[in-house]
Design a protein around this ligand. Structure first.
Ligand code: FAD
Ligand code: NAD
Length: 526
């Protein structure tokens, strides 16, 4: 059972009070936590004022409901009465009122696209917009309609002929497919050089093939309901230099396919990544090991029918149903342990996702996570985030300012820098924690510092025991100037910051005061 006392929630310092991603979260009144909201939605109370009726809403009608006490918002064509939700919104009433009486899709996508509003607001659903909303997903290219016909001619052979429609531009990816007795190969011509496995995400489950290619801030999708069944496992081959991606599926029945399948709604589209809905697949919990008194390392196994690698500096969203409502939170995958020999590229295995997660005694999501049993499923999204490893290339000094579990993105980052950046001189982790026993992977970090002379770690405690001989305090200008020394004057430097929002914001300010430029900093946020 969830152990969630309604009145203690959210406690000072809770994620529900403090903003991530630079947004200001407002203090919520007692009894207005996410769990309280979930309880209200289950209470049977009429939250729309329409006694369960669903209506068609015109733009004029929507515009009339623009006051706090009567506030309707349209998201992706569905209209919600958000008045009952006002006091529960972590971003505050004013933030919600920005979209009052209008189509809030764009605003929603900018701020928290990942929040599962359909589930959270389902009891507030008023109905559907009578007219197509202004901010429907913008499809740059949609060339899917001819899939069925085209493929009849391409059956059984690889055609270099492009299957693009007239609207296609030179840089628009295209796809093709061919078959042998045993295999179906879907070929995607991305037209992007330096394609790599992290940019290709494939799921093939229940005859549904979904292949997403990340092209900078765009996403290209092949999404087809396959004509026949295929086996769970498949191969992905990438010709990096020419940007060709092959998805090789194994047929279940050795028959000739006449067509690849039926195109699904978003098939063959190239749109902005932020406009592509989050896609989840079920992953199994295979192990859960203690890291400290309150933090555990969770290992989730990806299904065989998924090809996904989380790039350095990116996070995923986990989704669980808690008390009947889908709840989503971000977590940053890392390595199963800190490699002590950074000469070889990482010990990453592609079948598992490792997450180091602090279990909060009153945490809605982490309590539910902690109750997962080995073998249980959890939904894991595609990677998100804006860190680019190009920020680390040609770097001489890398400073990592981490607080608590803000350590998680630093692991792959250190690994990347120490193995792939030739001119790197120093990597220094400045690790802020409350107490000594909160320090994550302390032994491993100290061993690494002994092994690799480029790596240094400094622990700073805000609530140390009397006998702590190391540094004390919270992030401050003086601590930073004392701990961060360039390896040489004007060295190329990057400072990465991750932790509670207040920590990150203060860190950025102190670094500016110390003369570091915005380009020399990266903050990990939503
Ligand atoms: P909530 O229900 O939101 O909070 C409930 C209680 O938890 C509060 O009452 C309070 O007691 C406690 N609490 C929550 N946050 C804090 C805090 N900062 N300080 C003190 N008490 C607090 N977390 C990880 O453990 N590992 C990760 O890899 C990770 N990656 C993240 C990546 C991103 C991009 C972001 C934005 C956050 C990440 N987080 C990570 C935090 C995570 O998303 C959740 O916010 C966290 O697990 C708390 O969720 P909860 O629902 O259990 O807590
Ligand atoms: P914590 O409460 O144990 O605090 C660790 C240290 O952070 C403290 O010792 C202190 O030095 C510093 N700190 C905490 N609150 C501060 C404040 N208000 N001002 C200045 N410094 C402060 O930390 P935790 O419970 O492990 O929380 C980790 C945080 O990191 C969470 O907020 C989590 O959401 C965030 N996080 C973000 C990402 C990301 O990618 N954005 C990834 C992982 C974790």
């Amino acid at each position: 059972m969830l152990n969630v006392p309604p009145q203690a929630f959210p406690a000072p310092g809770s994620q529900q009070r403090v903003a991530a991603g630079g947004r200001t979260k407002v203090p919520l009144k007692p009894g207005r936590s996410l769990m309280d909201w979930i309880r209200l939605t289950k209470s049977g109370k009429d939250l729309t004022g329409l006694k369960g009726r669903l209506i068609e809403v015109t733009e004029d009608e929507l515009a009339k409901h623009n006051k706090k006490e009567d506030c309707w918002i349209c998201i992706r064509g569905l209209v919600y009465n958000v008045t009952p939700y006002m006091e529960y919104h972590p971003g505050g009433e004013d933030e919600l009122m920005k979209a009052a009486g209008t189509d809030g899709t764009d605003l929603f996508d900018q701020v928290h696209r990942w929040v599962n509003y359909e589930s959270m607001l389902k009891e507030c659903l008023v109905g559907r917009m009578a007219f197509k909303p202004i901010a429907a997903p913008k499809v740059v290219v949609d060339i899917s309609s001819t899939l069925h016909e085209e493929k009849k001619q391409l059956n059984g052979m690889l055609s270099e002929r492009k299957v693009l429609g007239a609207s296609a531009r030179d840089t628009t990816p295209s796809y093709d497919w061919f078959q042998t007795d045993d295999l179906i190969t879907v070929v995607i011509y991305t037209k992007q050089k330096d394609m790599n496995a992290e940019l290709v995400i494939v799921d093939c489950h229940d005859k549904r093939l979904r292949g997403e290619i990340i092209l900078d801030d765009h996403s290209y999708l092949v999404e087809v309901d396959l004509d026949h069944e295929v086996q769970d496992d498949f191969a992905v081959n990438i010709a990096e230099k020419i940007g060709k991606v092959e998805i090789i599926l194994k047929k279940k029945d050795h028959i000739q396919w006449k067509v690849l399948g039926l195109p699904l709604e978003s098939h063959n589209t190239l749109i902005k990544r932020t406009e592509r809905g989050l896609f989840y697949r079920k992953c199994k919990l295979v192990s859960k090991t203690e890291v400290t008194h309150d933090t555990k390392l969770f290992c989730f196994m990806l299904p065989r029918s998924t090809h996904l690698q989380v790039p350095t500096g990116r996070h995923v969203y986990l989704k669980q149903t808690i008390a009947g409502t889908e709840v989503v939170k971000p977590y940053t995958p890392l390595l199963p342990f800190l490699p002590l020999d950074f000469k070889e590229p990482s010990c990453q295995d592609d079948a598992h996702i490792y997450l180091m997660i602090k279990i909060y005694s009153h945490g809605l999501f982490t309590q539910a996570l902690d109750h997962l049993q080995i073998g249980d499923d959890i939904s894991v999204s595609n990677p998100e985030g804006n860190f680019k490893t190009s920020q680390v290339q040609a770097l001489e000094d890398l400073f990592l300012l981490a607080a608590g579990t803000g350590f998680t993105p630093m692991v792959k980052l250190m690994n990347f820098a120490l193995t792939r950046v030739d001119c790197l001189r120093t990597v220094k982790l400045i690790f802020f924690n409350k107490k000594e026993d909160d320090i994550l992977w302390r032994n491993q970090l100290e061993q690494l510092a002994l092994r690799d002379e480029r790596f240094e770690v400094q622990f700073i405690l805000s609530e140390p025991a009397e006998d702590w001989v190391g540094k004390r305090g919270k992030i401050s200008s003086s601590l930073l100037s004392e701990c961060m020394k360039r390896s040489k004057k004007d060295s190329k430097v990057l400072i990465c910051i991750c932790g509670p929002t207040a920590f990150t914001e203060q860190g950025v300010q102190y670094l500016k005061d110390l003369g570091y430029s915005q380009e020399e900093m990266h903050t990990f946020t939503e």
